[in-house]
Design a protein around this ligand. Structure first.
Ligand code: GLU
Length: 320
């Protein structure tokens, strides 16, 4: 069993912040006009422990666009509503190996939309959210689930929502192509709108870290103490994150960092170290693959410094 002092975690988070703060490189996402305008200097790290303590450095209370990290939340919601097997059958759990918004991936894998953590699977997941046919009811379920995972309410960034709605032509094609293949389980336009809205939610690094810890902690929110989902769903959601959290560069990320994490083009990254903590970092400039440069560096630094890696020896004490 590995022993880690909480004080060491506090120092490592501070160190990571200082080291990464001045790092250069990357550019804000520019295909969504709202995101292009966000201050590129913003940077924050939050790490939430199962005790409910959140260790923070930098801009951890700045509200930014959650974007693709919202896919993790809605995946949890449909897992809660339908169970693990039905999600595997209706959506899937495979990496596409292609970009997050790939039309090609849908054409190649006609039998299912791959995973709830790429655009196609996420729109499909939104179409599955109950109560079916009721846009307000579905949105209520999506927003309540976000609150439960993060322990506080996320707010819709209206300007971002308008900005995305005005420019989401590719996602519109995805929704209708999925309909063509029978993988949209409600109205396609409604499903797309719910997806666009969930991506436009404002979140803080602190809220993301708490959601990450709820997943790391078997569904028990460490701050509110609410059991948000059944423990058995925890490895399912973590495996989805591990498989495709950085889209077609997920393998490189896992190989280098050893922690399943999900990135979003708003500059946020949420990481899950099962049984240990949830971690989030936020900084708008992205690398060429759409992942935050500083958030990746900070999370990698912290897990490496603490010597944590989900692929390490579990130190099992066998009984004869
Ligand atoms: N709303 C964005 C889109 O659908 C999210 C993409 C992302 O964060 O990777 O293009």
């Amino acid at each position: 069993m590995k022993k880690i002092k909480i004080d060491d975690i506090r120092s490592v988070v501070k160190e990571a912040y200082e080291k990464v703060k001045t790092m250069q490189g990357g550019k804000n996402a520019n295909y969504i006009p709202f995101l292009a305008k966000i201050d590129p200097q913003l940077f924050g790290i939050a790490l939430c422990l199962p005790t409910g303590e959140v260790i923070e450095a930098g801009d951890t209370n700045y509200v930014f666009g959650i974007e693709s990290v919202s896919k993790v939340y809605t995946a949890v919601l449909v897992l809660r509503q339908y169970g693990a097997d039905e999600i595997l059958n209706k959506i899937g759990a495979d990496a596409t190996g292609l970009p997050f918004n790939s039309i090609m991936a849908i054409l190649l894998e006609k039998d299912h939309p791959s995973t709830p953590l790429v655009n196609a699977g996420a729109i499909s997941a939104d179409s599955m959210v109950k109560p079916l046919g009721d846009s307000n009811g579905k949105w209520g379920a999506i927003a309540d689930n976000m609150t439960a995972l993060s322990g506080s309410t996320l707010v819709l960034l209206d300007e971002l929502y308008k900005s995305e709605t005005a420019t989401n032509f590719n996602n519109r094609s995805i929704a209708w192509l999925l309909k063509n293949y029978g993988r949209i389980y409600d109205d396609p336009d409604m499903s797309l709108d719910l997806y666009t809205r969930q991506c436009s939610m404002g979140v803080t690094a602190k809220q993301l870290a708490i959601a990450g810890c709820t997943i790391a902690n078997g569904g028990l929110n460490p701050v509110t103490k609410e059991q948000v989902f059944k423990e058995e769903l925890s490895p399912k959601i973590t495996s989805l994150i591990a498989t495709v959290g950085f889209y077609e560069h997920t393998g490189d990320w896992l190989y280098n960092s050893g922690i399943p994490a999900k990135s979003g083009v708003g500059g946020g990254v949420l990481g899950v170290m099962p049984g240990a903590f949830g971690i989030a970092a936020f900084a708008p400039p992205l690398d060429e693959f759409g992942n935050s440069v500083k958030a990746q560096a900070a999370i990698k630094y912290i897990t490496q410094k603490l010597g944590l890696n989900i692929f390490r020896n579990n130190n099992i004490d066998f009984e004869m």
